[in-house]
Ligand binder design. Structure first.
Ligand code: ATP
Ligand code: MG
Length: 276
């Protein structure tokens, strides 16, 4: 892989649905996104946009859970193949509650075809990266594990299936404010730990929370709805190994209000509600 090659490319994507009366509704049109592979570090892409604009649909294309009505989905410069593994973390906890944390993570390795002998060691490396080693033998269910811990199990499972690419669809939306803030920091720490073991992970993260996007993201893309497409790209020029203190930085505050203004302008143009 070279620095300029796209890790994800979505080209000229269109998505429509035809209802039982034969009425066609176009939900995504002329959607183009190129996420470059940044060696050693990866990128943190945040996708913002009004409800229904197609954010989850875009993640589903990358995860291979849905094909667009038209256009191309490329991973590492090649058309996406059935066997490409890309993990996704959802708002709702998605681990298997009848399995332990360790078994949830080793199962992801088994699905990927990793030989039995190597599974435990590899699984423990990611469990450690997600600060879960004390909980490895516990069942992955609420309330044995808290909401934040369960989301970390989901992150570990997704990372073992493909450590270079992680998709997250409003992963902290169901958490209380404190847990959410701690999870943001945790995610930054996991991301940094991955660089230290020479794994560049590119994260595509959907959120309605503008400060969360500015805190986590290296790049923010804003989508409009009806039809869904990208209308703004904001490269975030803040230190990428930032701490929570950066939220007091005037540049941080400027990004947040700048994005809020853009999203308000979009909702006024379109006459639709914007969350976040
Ligand atoms: N099977 C379907 N038939 C018709 N319309 C659909 C179907 N699946 C999705 N859609 C529409 O596609 C659009 C995009 O949906 P998507 O879930 O990607 O939005 P989103 O941006 O993730 O929204 P939210 O922020 O609320 O999660 C929505 O308007 C939705 O109603
Ligand atoms: Mg969604």
């Amino acid at each position: 892989m070279t620095a300029t090659q796209g890790i994800i490319e979505l080209k000229d994507i269109g998505q429509w649905y035809v209802d039982e009366k034969g009425q066609k509704t176009v939900v995504i049109e002329d959607f183009n996104l190129m996420v470059e592979n940044v060696p050693k570090r990866g990128q943190f892409i945040c996708l913002l946009g009004p409800s229904g604009c197609g954010k989850s649909t875009v993640l589903r294309y990358i995860a291979g859970l849905q094909k667009p009505s038209e256009g191309q989905v490329l991973l590492y410069g090649k058309p996406r193949k059935e066997e490409d593994h890309v993990g996704m973390v959802f708002q709702q906890y998605s681990s298997f509650p009848w399995l332990t944390v360790l078994d949830n993570v080793t199962l992801a390795l088994e699905i990927k075809g990793v030989p039995r002998k190597q599974r435990r060691e590899q699984a423990m490396a990611y469990i450690q990266a997600c600060d879960l080693e004390k909980h490895a033998e516990k069942y992955a269910q609420y309330p044995i594990l808290s909401g934040g811990q369960l989301q970390r199990v989901a992150i570990a499972r997704s990372l073992v299936s493909n450590p270079n690419l992680l998709l997250m669809d409003e992963p902290f939306g169901a958490l209380d404010v404190n847990t959410r803030l701690r999870m943001q920091e945790m995610l930054m720490t996991i991301w940094e730990r991955l660089w230290h073991i020479n794994t560049a992970t590119t994260i595509v993260f959907v959120t309605h929370d503008i400060p969360e996007a500015v805190y986590l993201g290296t790049d923010i893309y804003i989508m409009q709805a009806n039809p869904g497409k990208i209308v703004h790209h904001i490269a975030i020029d803040l230190p990428f190994d930032k701490t929570r203190q950066v939220k007091r930085d005037p540049r941080f505050v400027q990004y947040v209000y700048g994005i809020e203004d853009k999203m308000m302008a979009l909702s006024q143009q379109k006459g639709v509600a914007v969350s976040g």
